[in-house]
Design a protein. Structure first.
Length: 178
């Protein structure tokens, strides 16, 4: 027994052309390509199950993007009617196809604080008056608190952050030498 009839989508010629260009562009992120393909197929009249099977997606995913596009149609039509250039409309379309903000608490540390933490980690511990030859997460946490970079931070958080950024930074031995 078939479910409820999916929401119908109508695309202007400009919107269709921009979505097709997004799909064909080699530098488009794959998630945007799938979402654009979903909208294009929905505008052609395909059902959610058919689109899901064709693109290898879940029916609920197709339904979600169909709903989001329908909710954004009014804004996109208004932007197109305002006579803006295709670049501005393309940016709005890509913004509509992008992920929605996720719930959750903001980060505890600013990028500036984390950069300063790395800067301290690049210094030799002896220069900071520490009786160790290499930074440990505990020593580094105490030092950034002492310098007023952060109010509080656990050694585990320092270790986690340094471990996460290690692949992008030079080796620890090189950091101590510089």
């Amino acid at each position: 027994m078939p479910g409820p009839k999916p929401l119908s989508l109508t695309l202007s010629d400009t919107q269709r052309a921009l979505l097709q260009r997004l799909v064909r562009r080699q530098t488009s992120p794959q998630r945007l390509v799938w979402r654009a393909q979903t909208i294009l197929a929905a505008a052609e009249g395909a059902g959610n199950a058919q689109i899901a099977q064709q693109l290898g997606l879940n029916r609920n995913t197709v339904r979600t993007w169909r709903k989001r596009w329908c909710a954004a149609t009014e804004n996109l039509d208004a932007a197109e009617a305002a006579g803006g250039d295709d670049k501005a409309l393309r940016a709005q379309i890509e913004a509509r196809l992008d992920d929605a903000p996720r719930p959750g608490a903001p980060g505890d540390f600013t990028p500036e604080q984390l950069t300063q933490l790395i800067s301290v980690a690049c210094e030799a511990p002896e220069d900071a008056g520490r009786p160790v030859t290499h930074w440990t997460p505990r020593e580094l946490a105490h030092e950034v608190i002492k310098r007023g970079i952060v109010d509080r931070i656990s050694p585990r958080t320092v270790g986690r952050f340094l471990k996460r950024s290690r692949s992008q930074a030079a080796s620890l031995a090189l950091l101590v030498e510089s």
